[in-house]
Design a protein around this ligand. Sequence first.
Ligand code: HOZ
Length: 423
Amino acid sequence: MHTEQSQQLFERARLSIPGGVNSPVRAWRGVGGNPRFIARGQGSRLFDADGNEYIDYIGSWGPLLLGHRHPEILAALEEAMLRGTSFGAPTEQEVDLAEAVRALVPSMELVRLVNSGTEATMSALRVARGFTGRDITIKFEGCYHGHVDSLLVKAGSGVATLGLPDSPGVPKGFSDTTMALPFNDAQAVEDAFKAHPDKIAAVIVEPVCGNMGCIPPNPGYLEALREITARYGALLIFDEVMTGFRVSPGGAQQLYGIKPDLTTLGKVVGGGLPIAVYGGRRDIMSHIAPSGPIYQAGTLSGNPLAVGAGLAMLRHIQSHPEIYEQLNAATGRLAACAPESVTVNRIGSMMTWFFTDQPVTDWDSAKKCDTAKFGKFFHAMLERGVYLPPSQFEALFVSTAHSEADIERTVAAAKESFAIALG
Ligand code: HOZ
């Protein structure tokens, strides 16, 4: 496989961009080697700068539920673009998008559009603090909620992949407002509330973790979080940036039947354009300016291009609910091809092959995986034309563009690659 163009681009990039990338995991430090520079995508495929073709299981880290260049998304973008690229004023389409979000995720009675998942979680936390008058947030080890100062404590995603300590540059006063507890341990949450009954503003959780690899909640865990937070007058925030419109049309909250107080959405909601949403109970969200005193704003919030793409995505989901069966079946076939010495966690079309024969239920068990074997597996798959997330601690995503033949080819590649990685 020729990679000269990607290598040259990476060398050039490192002169102008820290580490040569605009988001750390893309640098492939978790698997070694140099990242491929992408020239274009089509359906389930990515094509790199050297002309190599891959079946893509990153899907832009989650947004591309319908694959690359879906015709409905492209048509919506074209239509929006012809009307103008940014107005900094209200539009009918952003109301349509807010209504579509509310219809699919009914716990979100009022919603605000922002530009990224980080902005959504940062804003949701501010609202939780402003509403409760409390400062402390509980998060879970290995969960990642964007690069919000106070949430970069024991974080997943790139922080986990690079094995970084909590980030320099975050004032101690900020990280002191965060308690990081083990995921899937309801007793730890109960104990924290007992110790600080009137100080905890919110519990924020990825209801299905995707940022330490895919880790589902244990039965009863989300119910316990709901019950404990309600009992102590704290808010439950579901970070559904990854799971929203991915694990079901209404996200993890629909799948598990839990109603959080606030929810953050990103990725799929933008159809591949930069947009995110936070929202929740009307009585809470009404505290946001200009309805109330909690401030949050943005010049590009509700950007017409992103809103157009997002609306096309949500309308597709609303009119084709059957896609979730297709996604589940395809991802299930990938899950089934792993040998016994590999643990597979899958919820819907999110999945991780963990290089351990032990169950992976939290960060402690995830970090015991053999990342060197994962690295070998990743490169063996790449050689066979399959592009996986370049870290043991990320989830892969299947799209509706993945055909039967794509899945078959991937299964065949995986069987060979497991044999290589496991020796
Ligand atoms: N934090 C993202 C995945 N969990 C990675 C984003 C990116 O590199 O684009």
